[in-house]
Structure formats: C-alpha cells, structure tokens
Design a protein around this ligand. Structure first.
Ligand SMILES: C[S@@+](CC[C@H](N)C(=O)[O-])C[C@H]1O[C@@H](n2cnc3c(N)ncnc32)[C@H](O)[C@@H]1O
Length: 269
C-alpha cells in the first residue's frame, strides 16, 4: 500500500485536492493538520493521482497494510445518526439504538459513508421528500448509500448510476449487505424519459450544471430534484442555470470542519 502526503496551504486548495480524489481508486484518506494522507493499493492509481497534482509536492512512501492503518480507519468512521437511520461501517458491532434502522456501508473505497455534510444534506432531503411507491434516480451513487436510504424510505424502484466502476462494485456490495431488492445498478438511463419522481445527485457544481438536460429529461412533470456537492456561495450559479425549467423548493446549508455546503431542492416545471 502507498501513502501519499499532500500539504495544502488553505481550505480552497484542500477542496481542490479533495474534489479530484473520487476520480481515483483510493483505499482511504486521513486528514491531519494541513496534510491530506491518501492511501492507494494500486501503484498505477497512485501515479495517476500524482500526475493530476503536478503542481504539488507529494511526499510518498510504501506502508504496510497493518493494524495501525485499520485502527486509524476505524477511529475515523463513526456511526452516524440521522433519524430514523443509524449508518454504520461494516466493522461496527455495537447495538443499534431503539427506533433506528440500521444501514451498513463499507467505508473502504467509494465516496458515501454518510459522514460528509453533502451526503447528510441529501439524506435529510430524502427523508422529507421520498414517498412510498416513488421511482427514484441516484445519479452519482458512490457507495450506493442514497439509493439504499431511498429503498428503506419506501421507494418502489431505484436506479443507482455512477461513471466509476469501482463505485459501482462497492454499491452492489452495499446494496446486498442491506438486503435491498428494488435497486437497479445501471450505467445509463437513456430510455427513461419522464420516468423518475425524484432524482438525487451529490456531485460537484460544474458536473451538476452539465447534467441539467439529463435531470430535465428523466424527471416527470413536478418531479423533485435534490442537488448537493455545492459549496456555500455556489448556490446562485445553480439557481441561474436551473431557473428556466425548475423552481426552488428548499435550500439548506450544512457545515463540516472546514466548509459550508449547500443542498438545494428543485421541482421541475
Ligand atoms: C461525491 S460522490 C457522492 C456519493 C454518494 N451519492 C453520496 O452522496 O455520498 C459523487 C459520485 O458521483 C460520481 N459521478 C461523477 N460524475 C458523474 C456523472 N456524470 N454521472 C454519474 N456519476 C458521476 C462519482 O464517480 C462519485 O461516485
């Protein structure tokens, strides 16, 4: 296993580095002071990552996939409570609190353990807007967490889509782990015009804007669109781009350690 240590000088730089991480097959990430420590199992993947950050000095070393790493990973991944869900990593063995539904997610590879503010915003909106029997699209599924939550909330048919094969593999495993039966892991939704009652998408701003015609096409009239992955201050850009065919239903901000993120709910008009 390779360990790459990348210094960042400010939050903007950290955001830039973090935002490209999901393009790679990483085994984990650890944040310490002004350093991001990224773990790779695959040397090729590590090389691709270094090439992408040519402007940064990356200190790297080979490390053992040892107990220290495992315990660090465990310390990093804590259960997340978003009523009625108790989202836990695979290695968490304690009891689920009364009245909560357990969701188990393997935190190893793809994005979407539930700990990130952007995912939490989506979960909170799903709890509010998913109704029994709905058809839902989770565009950019990562670990599959949002699709799994949608099924547990009573959705009838859920499509989970991602461009990253690694994410797709992880999503499959998590879907099985949570005994979900209504999720279709798909790589395209070309024939699904006017099909979905609700679409949730937690990707970066530029990608969300690019995907607007897709959202427009696949949603039914009055369909709900939940967007996340938007930094505070970028909301205006979403609104400017989407207002000709969507109206705003709700906007919510959530802080994590370094950033404030915005989640936006729109409705197709
Ligand atoms: C930030 S993660 C979100 C994961 C999870 N849905 C969550 O909310 O925690 C974004 C995911 O979107 C995927 N993605 C990025 N662009 C995409 C696109 N154009 N179509 C489908 N998936 C995309 C990435 O591979 C990544 O798995």
């Amino acid at each position: 296993m390779w360990q790459a240590i990348v210094d960042y000088i400010n939050d903007e730089e950290k955001e830039r580095i973090s935002s490209i991480l999901y393009l790679f097959n990483i085994s984990g990430i650890w944040e310490k002071d002004r350093e991001l420590i990224v773990y790779f199992n695959d040397t090729e993947e590590f090389k691709r990552f270094s090439d992408c950050l040519k402007d940064k000095k990356i200190f790297y070393e080979k490390v053992k996939d040892n107990i220290k790493w495992n315990s660090m990973w465990r310390k990093f991944h804590k259960p997340i409570l978003i009523k009625p869900f108790f989202i836990i990593p695979t290695f968490f063995k304690n009891k689920v609190p009364m009245g909560y539904k357990k969701i188990v997610i393997n935190p190893s590879f793809a994005f979407g353990t539930g700990s990130h503010a952007t995912t939490k915003l989506c979960i909170e909106f799903l709890i509010k807007y998913v109704k029994k029997g709905m058809k839902i699209l989770d565009l950019g599924t990562g670990t599959g967490i949002l699709a799994i939550i949608a099924e547990k909330l009573g959705a009838d048919e859920i499509y989970a889509l991602d461009i990253d094969t690694l994410a797709i593999n992880e999503a499959y495993k998590n879907i099985k782990r949570n005994r979900c039966k209504k999720i279709v892991v798909a790589d395209n939704i070309e024939d699904k015009d006017g099909y979905f009652d609700l679409c949730v998408s937690n990707i970066i701003l530029d990608e969300l804007i690019k995907l607007k015609p897709v959202f427009q096409k696949i949603l039914i009239e009055n369909g709900i669109l939940i967007l996340s992955g938007i930094l505070e201050g970028q909301g205006e850009e979403i609104i400017d781009n989407f207002m000709d065919s969507f109206k705003i239903i709700s906007i919510k901000n959530k802080k994590d350690k370094n950033f404030c993120w915005t989640g936006i709910v729109l409705q197709k008009i």
